[in-house]
Design a protein around this ligand. Sequence first.
Ligand code: NAD
Length: 321
Amino acid sequence: MQDTDAAPLRVAVVGTGYMGGGIAHTFALAGHRVTVADAGPERAREAVDRLLEEGRRYAQEGLFPSHAPDRLARNLEAAPDPAGAVRDAHLVCEAVPEDAALKSEVLAQLSRQAPPTALIASNTSAVPIADLARSVQGPERFLGAHWMNPAYFVPCVEVVPGPATAAQTVESTAALLRSVGKSPTVVADSPGFVANRLQFALYKECTRMVEEGVADPAQIDEVVRNSFGFRLPFFGPFLVSDIAGLDVYRGAMATMEEAFGARMGVPEAVSERVDRGRLGLKSGEGFFPHAGPDADRLRRLRDHAYARLARLREDVERDHT
Ligand SMILES: NC(=O)c1ccc[n+]([C@@H]2O[C@H](COP(=O)([O-])OP(=O)(O)OC[C@H]3O[C@@H](n4cnc5c(N)ncnc54)[C@H](O)[C@@H]3O)[C@@H](O)[C@H]2O)c1
């Protein structure tokens, strides 16, 4: 978490479930004034009670800073309805259930009730922002801000402009997210954006392997978290492929293509690089350049990251079994 060094903003969070709660925690802990609203006044009040209680517990367990309970008590309040929450907001975060019709209806109301200068962000997991923007009054100040679960702890927020979103809206939202300790990445508007399209592609293949009897769910989870999943906290798929060698990838994928057809085919981007001798770390360039000192630094980072990650996992698992 980072403290705000600018004047505190008024943030409205509409929909105070799992995600709305984490979003509210993040802004309130950074020092902003957060007003939450839900489907009724009672639910909003219960949400604030729950967030304060969680804040106390997380502080006791060392997951939140020790000043968190006081700061949350000062910065979190419940509004009787969404109109009351957004009335004077600088930023509106919509986090109602993943139902395009409901979101459109809620966003239409919020955009009429919020100040015309307020930024409005939807936490949709997959609905294209272009679709939701159609119901928003002033779509130039509207965009997707897709937080990950649990919102307070997971760094990424996908920032997704729609066709009418102003460049200033994207810049201000990304800057605000960075200022509260998040890692915003601006991506194009496409169903499921980046994170869920990948996550669900992997998930589909997992369920398919269970159906085919290749492995059961526990075995698949074990393999994933102990193999390529183990690398992902430090390196994304492209850097992992550069480290492994794109020629190695091409060879393995050719076998998969024979068995499973084009859906597992070797991507042109890989073949073309291998043909040109761009094999990754070992040749000095793959998807990324790896000049001499950078290559050595990357190898050391990899070795230290994996050794320390293995110890961290052992520690956490020992403490919680
Ligand atoms: N759960 C996740 O892992 C996850 C991760 C990223 C994004 N998201 C997205 O975040 C959004 C919220 O998901 P969630 O998991 O927090 O759901 P949730 O069911 O935990 O919370 C939704 C909240 O919205 C409230 N609500 C329903 N109708 C409302 C209305 N008309 N006005 C105001 N509040 C209303 C509900 O009472 C509930 O408190 C969805 O779009 C979801 O796809 C979820």
